[in-house]
Design a protein around this ligand. Structure first.
Ligand code: GLN
Length: 470
């Protein structure tokens, strides 16, 4: 915890975090690089910022001036950040100490933590399992207790899904709430900066540090940043909580349903009104294909500059085209190349109307449905996943499949709509954590945090830390 706690011995706090992360590295493989901290420690000592002396980790798609920023792809392995992302500056100004950069599914594309150019990231609760992705390293390091805060990014569920798999808090605020300047993009209409903590109070305080208008990101909002921590109120009485019925219907695992239903009952006892809310099930099934088409089209356009000429690694070739092809073939994983092909196909003149434009229209309809589902409730909730973290050997996890279609993919509605959405732990199944997802109306982060805080009191799942063993 760093909310409501003054760190007295900053040097000790930071060096301990580094030593824990280093010790865990052979088991978790969560870090890409460690950063120099001496200057930051000195700065933190004289800082009165909200995160003074808090050791933190950044996902390696966040630019850090003079520090390696790989996006977890080989093509950027030797790339050094030319400037600080706005959130990097904000965190430094708040007195946080960046101890390193964490691994992700390359460029944020993936949901398993197995597509990082530095190898698999392991789940601290069971190293044979995934931490989830794409913000895999950040999630693992918060869950393992190495740090109490880490930055992630969320384009489909990349903060909220790993948070569920490793038993921590994962927040994706409203689109525009946090500046994305200096984040290596994935899909610009869906990308959000998000972050991990182990308590709702820390999550509330962190948004005060990160949020706010930034003229260098024209999608960032002018709305004032609220005092989320001071205003935090976990009283659930009077709150109307909507349960997304379609997700519950699509979950087969009895243990997940039991954990969820028990918590819903407790919320009722605590005074909340529970409403089952349903969306058009047919349309809901389009979440994954719509996401794939839009995200991969935008990613293809965003990353056409990674050509082996302007940035990073360069392979040889007899012609310019051959050089680019060789660099991109070697510089991206199979999964990324596959996604770029899907993106290029959807962007092709002859397919655009049928694929990309159509997907954008369906996205709009899904957002209208989602808005209607939220109209009469304060928040919408559902399990953040149908099941606990899959084994690392489960190769089906990142494939386009009909398996758990709704339960595993509905959280992308938070990206289609831009609505604030977060995951908190709701308990464990056979020793493995399981999360609940909470979504609120746009810019109602306070309502979202309040409900999360109330639920955290009911579950007792606060400051959960894994014991990392083989
Ligand atoms: N798992 C999704 C994907 O594979 C989401 C990724 C994300 O949110 N960055 O793309």
């Amino acid at each position: 915890m760093f909310a409501n706690r003054k760190i007295v011995n900053i040097e000790n706090e930071v060096l301990t975090a580094i030593s824990v992360a280093r010790k865990q590295q052979p088991l978790l493989n969560a870090m890409v690089s460690f950063t120099e901290v001496d200057e930051a420690i000195e700065h933190a000592k004289s800082s009165s910022g909200k995160m003074a002396g808090v050791p933190i980790v950044l996902k390696d798609n966040v630019l850090t001036k003079g520090v390696r920023t790989t996006g977890s792809v080989s093509i950027l392995d030797n790339y050094i950040g030319a400037y600080d992302a706005t959130i990097t500056t904000k965190l430094k100004d708040a007195g946080a100490v960046i101890i390193g950069k964490s691994a992700l599914d390359g460029l944020g594309m993936g949901g398993t933590g197995t597509n990082c150019h530095t190898g698999f990231v392991h789940n601290p609760y069971d190293v044979n399992r995934m931490a989830g992705g794409s913000s895999a390293g950040s999630a693992a390091l918060v869950a393992s207790g190495a740090v109490s805060f880490a930055i992630g990014s969320d384009t489909g569920d990349s903060v909220r899904k790993p948070a569920s798999f490793v038993g921590i808090v994962g927040v994706k605020p409203t689109y525009g709430r946090i500046s994305r300047y200096g984040i290596i993009p994935y899909a610009s209409s869906l990308d959000h900066v998000g972050y991990f903590t182990r308590s709702v109070e820390d999550a509330a305080l962190a948004l005060e540090v990160l949020a706010g208008r930034d003229d260098r990101d024209m999608t960032s909002s002018f709305r004032i940043v609220e005092d989320y921590l001071a205003n935090l109120n976990g009283n659930l009485s009077g709150k109307t909580i909507g349960v997304l019925g379609n997700v519950i219907d699509s979950i087969k695992n009895e243990s997940t349903l039991k954990l969820f239903n028990d918590l819903v009952d407790k919320c009722k006892t605590a005074g909340a009104t529970i409403k089952i809310v349903s969306m058009d099930p047919k349309r809901l099934q389009t979440c994954l294909p719509v996401y794939y088409i839009i995200a991969n089209s935008e990613a293809t356009a965003n990353h056409s500059n990674l050509d082996g000429i302007r940035f990073g690694m360069q392979e040889s070739g007899d012609t310019l085209e051959e050089l680019m092809t060789n660099s991109r073939t070697k510089g991206f994983s199979f999964l990324l190349r596959k996604r770029f092909i899907i993106g290029s196909y959807s962007l092709a003149d002859e397919n655009q109307e049928l694929l990309l434009r159509k997907a954008q229209k369906v996205r709009r309809l899904l957002v209208e449905d989602f808005k209607a589902a939220l109209a009469d409730v304060d928040v919408l909730i559902a399990p953040a996943s149908g099941d606990v973290a899959p084994l690392l050997t489960d190769t089906s996890a990142d494939q386009l499949s009909a398996r758990y279609l709704i339960a595993e993919n509905y959280m992308v509605l938070g990206n289609f709509s831009g609505y604030p959405s977060m995951t908190i732990p709701m308990g464990k199944i056979n020793g493995l954590p399981m999360g609940i997802n909470i979504t609120a109306k746009p810019f109602e982060e306070q309502v979202m945090f309040d409900v999360a805080f109330g639920m955290e009191n009911l579950t007792g799942c606060k400051n959960m830390t894994a014991e990392v063993t083989v």
